[in-house]
Design a protein around this ligand. Structure first.
Ligand code: SF4
Ligand code: MG
Length: 338
């Protein structure tokens, strides 16, 4: 499997000033993860666990008070070029070299991301022209129409303003514009959470199409809703308090979760039955920790029903068990310990 992105001990903190004291909010704190060609990777976790901050960090879209603190971040392009993103000189260089071409990001508020007073065709022209200065307006519109059609949107959408599109159409138009340059990696943050169930399905289908048609190599799909992830992702990464605590193939994570937090996430979804009631994960007892002063050892220990003495003292590292990686002291000696 070809790697498309490698993260090693990646850290990004918010610097907060209260009075004269400075606090560091450790939102991304030692993330280890590999993203492969062909992946639709579901990044799941409760709100406030650092998912959106991780997305910004992957883009190196860091503005104060958010700051890169250390670790490795690589993009490996289709032609084998390795971009060491943390070695770039500032956000501008990352933007010029990578954004849109190699990595694209559709933020959580994407429905409002398109300028309402600019027609889709002009947006497409601006995106394409940034990569190929000689492209004509007609050529750009033709490419935009092709991409819209690939995502099952009518091609006259190019003639419309974003405000004329329904939520679902606008979300797909955002995806079309973000992927015009066929980046290797597409990151989408909660792309369906503002949509009704039927529209959600259409947007998920568009994402799957982007992958199947090989218009992008890998998708990182961020959500707090593990049941959505199940419909789309081939792999899942579970994030808790700024760290990845478990990754593996979707089916094994769902059917046989190893980390107690992953188990709790899945059970909390399964236990919420009645239609219409929001499927959430706030039903895990306790609260996610304050990331200014996270718990020692395993950050989940104050909420974990299996916590042991060592869990309070020492931080567990990710270890490999079959195709899964898990960071939990229960598995120190392999699966048999549980
Ligand atoms: Fe629970 Fe300990 Fe595993 Fe953390 S390391 S999840 S506290 S058993
Ligand atoms: Mg978020």
């Amino acid at each position: 499997m070809n790697k498309r992105m490698v993260l090693e001990n990646l850290r990004a903190y918010y610097r907060q000033l209260k009075g004269t004291t400075e606090y560091l909010v450790k939102a991304v704190d030692g993330v280890n993860l590999e993203i492969y060609e062909g992946d639709i990777l579901g990044l799941v976790g409760e709100s406030g666990c650092g998912k959106s901050t991780l997305a910004k960090t992957l883009m190196m879209d860091l503005t104060p008070p958010l700051q890169y603190m250390g670790g490795k971040l690589q993009i490996i392009s289709r032609d084998g070029t390795v971009f060491e993103i943390t070695q770039f000189k500032g956000k501008d260089q990352v933007k010029r070299t990578l954004w849109g071409r190699h990595i694209a990001y559709v933020p959580q508020d994407a429905l409002n991301a398109l300028m309402p007073t600019i027609k889709i065709k002009k947006i497409a022209y601006d995106v394409l022209r940034s990569n190929e200065s000689g492209i004509t307006f007609q050529e750009a519109v033709k490419k935009a129409k092709e991409r819209l059609t690939e995502l099952d949107l009518p091609d006259y959408v190019t003639e419309l303003y974003p405000f004329q599109l329904s939520g679902g159409m606008r979300q797909r138009a955002v995806l079309a514009m973000a992927t015009l340059l066929n980046p290797e990696i597409l990151i989408v943050d909660e792309p369906t959470s503002a949509l009704d169930v039927t529209t959600q399905k259409i947007v998920l289908k568009s994402l799957i199409k982007l992958r199947k048609l090989e218009l992008v190599d890998s998708i990182v799909f961020i959500t707090h809703d593990i049941s959505t992830v199940r419909q789309i992702a081939n792999r899942i990464a579970v994030m808790y308090a700024g760290k990845i605590v478990e990754t593996g193939p979707t089916e094994s994570i769902i059917k046989e979760p190893l980390h107690p937090y992953t188990k709790a996430l899945i059970e909390s979804v399964a236990s919420i039955e009645p239609e219409g009631k929001e499927k959430g994960i706030s039903y895990i007892p306790g609260q996610p920790p304050n990331l200014i002063n996270p718990p020692t050892g395993c950050r989940f220990h104050p909420r974990c029903p299996y916590a042991m003495e060592i869990c309070r003292r020492e931080e567990p590292e990710l270890i490999k068990i079959d195709e899964t990686q898990v960071a939990c002291w229960l598995y120190k000696g392999g699966r048999e310990n549980v």
